[in-house]
Design a binder for this molecule. Structure first.
Ligand code: APR
Length: 245
């Protein structure tokens, strides 16, 4: 572990181009539930009942009750040392890109700027009729389902299963992965595409890929270094060592 940590410290210290992919695991220590694993959301609810366009068309109120609950949980959460370590790394790296699958907004609240949100954002609402997007941080939302000024139904500004990712965001994420010298993968089960392909694309393009996760994932056997542990503990140690050197 020590030798591997030292190697990664050196890679990060020497890198000018760094990209990071985060998943729900980085927010777990902030009290935000993950999706898979023993206490994951998908153990209590069926994704197809809550996180698909069909589910929303079938019962917009039910879907909004779930998102209202998720918004209330996230509103009480604070960024943790893992989020803050990535802000430190961003400030010390010339070409830094943080790609997140998370919709909780904790990276922005921690101070991340060069951030690409692959799966949208819990706080954004989009009108099904006029397409207008707005940010509404009310917790709880006063009326479910919320309505647009035009009278149309508002949906959460998140990417549901079966929906395309925002094109420009994905293009920039692919570009960042293709030019990274070091690619960190933090707190993701690496099973949802196309996000899960970014680390492998980075590796094929010559990056050193480093995984930080509580447990092994389908990526673990294909990365240059893998650390098992909490991102809120591992990231600060790794970034501190890299920026100090
Ligand atoms: N530190 C590091 N890793 C952690 C921690 C922690 N404290 N807690 C949990 N993890 C890891 C788990 O081991 C797991 O590998 O975080 C990962 C969480 O995986 P998922 O719950 O599948 O979340 P994620 O990978 O972000 O899901 C991807 O699936 O449901 C869709 O759109 C949703 O963006 C989400 C996507």
């Amino acid at each position: 572990m020590r030798a591997e940590f030292e190697a990664v410290r050196r890679w990060l210290a020497e890198a000018e181009r760094v990209a990071v992919l985060t998943g729900a695991g980085i927010s777990h220590e902030s009290g935000v539930p993950v999706f898979r694993g023993q206490d994951g959301l998908w153990r209590q609810y069926r994704p197809e009942d809550l996180a698909t366009p069909q589910a929303f068309a079938r019962d917009p109120r039910l879907v909004w009750e779930w998102y209202n609950w998720r918004r209330s949980v996230v509103a009480r959460a604070q960024p943790n040392p893992g989020h803050r370590a990535l802000v430190e790394l961003e400030e010390r790296t010339r070409d830094f890109t943080l790609v997140t699958q998370n919709v909780d907004g904790l990276h922005e609240r921690a101070g991340s700027r060069r951030l690409l949100k692959l799966h949208g954002d819990l706080w954004t609402l989009r009108c099904l009729d006029c397409g207008r997007e707005s940010v509404d941080r009310a917790v709880p939302l006063p009326e479910l389902p919320p309505r647009c000024a035009c009278g149309g139904l508002l949906r959460p500004g998140v990417v549901w299963f079966g929906e395309p990712l925002p094109e420009e965001v994905l293009r920039q994420a692919l570009e960042a992965a293709g030019r990274a010298q070091v690619f960190l993968v933090v707190g993701t089960s690496a099973v949802v595409q196309p996000a899960a392909s970014l680390p492998l694309l980075a590796r094929r393009a010559g990056a050193r890929v480093v995984e930080l996760n509580l447990e092994e994932t389908p990526l673990t056997g294909q990365v240059d270094a893998s650390f098992l542990g909490k991102s809120g503990e591992l990231l600060p140690r790794l970034v501190e060592a890299a920026v100090r050197s």
